[in-house]
Design a protein around this ligand. Structure first.
Ligand code: ATP
Length: 446
């Protein structure tokens, strides 16, 4: 199955057979040499804590964390520490980057597994140098947890640098889940029932590919229950191939059509709310309604009243933002799901109320730490290394994920059965004799 194509793992597999016994011996000698000159992760953690002030003074003694136990997992190692009285978990959270950087310190992070990646028939010095110099082989991630003891999780499962979409991924999705991507813990799925999403990413980092995967997954998984309002204000053609889907209510491409589309969503939402009130239903699940209406806005900056100039246009943008805020505030329980996207996430662009009501954040690489803080409330997205690599943040935690790359051919194959013929606006205006109408296709208004 061509599910995950991990360049490095694949390459490593081929090379494995090329390692002759003598080479292996040479490798082991090299390994022990390098190991002798480096520190174990436990030593490093201890040293990092001492060096960055995670200590307390007791008499003449300087004390830091004390290792209680350690456990090997599929994804890496978990170290459990006792924290000395006087230090808090928050002190360690503040030093997370010190732990990450220290554990990825190149001089001593060569692993036995790295040696299996070596091709001893080629220039061995150059290959060792590559491993030492190339962060791709040794990117360890660190996560912290606290339950009375400090858990330092060192995740050393490499993330794939490319991950190709395969329809097989749908077989593991439950109900409203979509395939999200590969994390260091394994493949992960996003449950769209969680509610609204903020999606960010600088240009050419994977946002559009993700949106196409998102829509395609909904069409595949829930063709009868999905409704889509697509707002594409980037002037591109990203959503063009979806416009004739029976699930798509509107593809809006400018401010006027966006306002019209959002007003229509608002009317529908108000009617749903009235029905809920009348029937004493608290939310969509209790009402037993299966339909979910997704409103995808790409790009938020284009309808931000803070950014848009011109009195009339500003007013239209304000009205758009008002509807989006309402959807964000009350829509989730009524079955409305907002995906609010931006390339330029500044405080002006990302409406605070909308953002606060999105409990999921997915962000690709951002221009700088300021943008990252607007989206995630913390820095980090500016350091994401490659297209398709994202930070996935939910109330359950933060994960780094490589999202799958889906091709337009794959999308077309999946959505094809859902394409219907829709009228262009000029078609609707044409009056036809009743007799002729009976013989034409039934057209739906866009
Ligand atoms: N998941 C992915 N895995 C690998 N490469 C990817 C992935 N997503 C995108 N890319 C690469 O990045 C390119 C740009 O992706 P995409 O069109 O999604 O960018 P974008 O962030 O939406 O940019 P823009 O906002 O300018 O439209 C793709 O053509 C592809 O080469």
């Amino acid at each position: 199955m061509q599910l995950f194509i991990n360049k490095y793992l694949k390459g490593g597999g081929v090379m494995l057979f090329e390692i002759a016994t003598t080479s292996l011996m040479a490798g082991l000698v090299g390994y022990s040499y390098l190991k002798k000159n480096g520190l174990s992760d436990v030593d490093k953690i201890q040293k990092i804590c001492l060096n960055c002030g995670l200590t307390i003074k007791e008499g003449n003694d300087i004390k830091t964390i004390h290792l209680y136990r350690k456990k090997r997992h599929d994804w890496g190692m978990e170290y459990v520490y006792r924290i000395p009285l006087g230090l808090s978990f928050h002190d360690f959270e503040k030093r997370l980057n010190h732990l990450r950087d220290g554990l990825n310190n190149k001089k001593s992070t060569i692993e036995l597994s790295d040696l299996f990646k070596l091709n001893f028939k080629t220039n061995i010095i150059k290959r060792v140098k590559d491993i030492l110099n190339n962060g791709k082989y040794m990117q360890k991630d660190v996560e912290l947890e606290y339950d009375g003891m400090l858990h330092i999780k060192v995740l050393n499962q490499p993330l794939p640098v490319e991950l190709f979409f395969d329809e097989e991924l749908f077989s593991k999705c439950n109900e409203w889940q979509i395939p999200l991507g590969q994390t260091r813990y394994g493949f992960t799925y996003h449950d769209t029932e969680r509610g609204h999403i903020t999606l960010a990413g600088a240009t050419r980092k994977g946002k559009t590919v993700f949106l196409k995967l998102f829509i395609t997954s909904l069409i595949h998984q829930q063709p009868e229950n999905t409704k889509l309002t697509l707002i594409d204000l980037k002037g591109g053609l990203a959503f063009t191939r979806f416009k004739d889907l029976k699930q798509v209510e509107t593809v809006a491409t400018d401010l006027n059509s966006t306002l019209k589309a959002l007003k229509s969503v608002k009317n529908e939402m108000n009617q749903t709310k009235e029905w809920f009130d009348k029937n004493g239903c608290e939310d969509i699940k209790e009402a037993g309604i299966d339909t979910r209406h997704f409103i995808i806005v790409d790009e938020a900056a284009q309808i931000s009243p803070q950014i848009i100039t011109g009195k009339e246009e500003k007013e239209k943008a304000r009205q758009c933002e008002e509807v989006l805020s309402e959807i964000a505030r009350i829509g989730a329980g009524l079955g409305y799901r907002l995906v609010y996207c931006s390339q330029y996430p500044t405080a002006d662009v990302m409406n605070k109320q909308i953002k606060q009501n999105c409990d999921t954040v997915i962000t690709y690489k951002l221009r700088d730490a300021i943008a990252s803080r607007v989206v995630l409330d913390e820095s980090g997205a500016e350091d994401l290394p490659i297209p398709g690599r994202a930070i996935y943040k939910t109330p359950d935690g933060v994960q780094i994920v490589q999202t799958p790359f889906i091709t337009n051919e794959q999308i077309e194959k999946i959505i094809k059965p859902n394409i219907v013929m829709k009228a262009r606006k000029e078609d609707i205006a044409i009056e036809e004799p009743a007799e002729a109408r009976r013989n034409t296709f039934e057209l739906e208004e866009m």
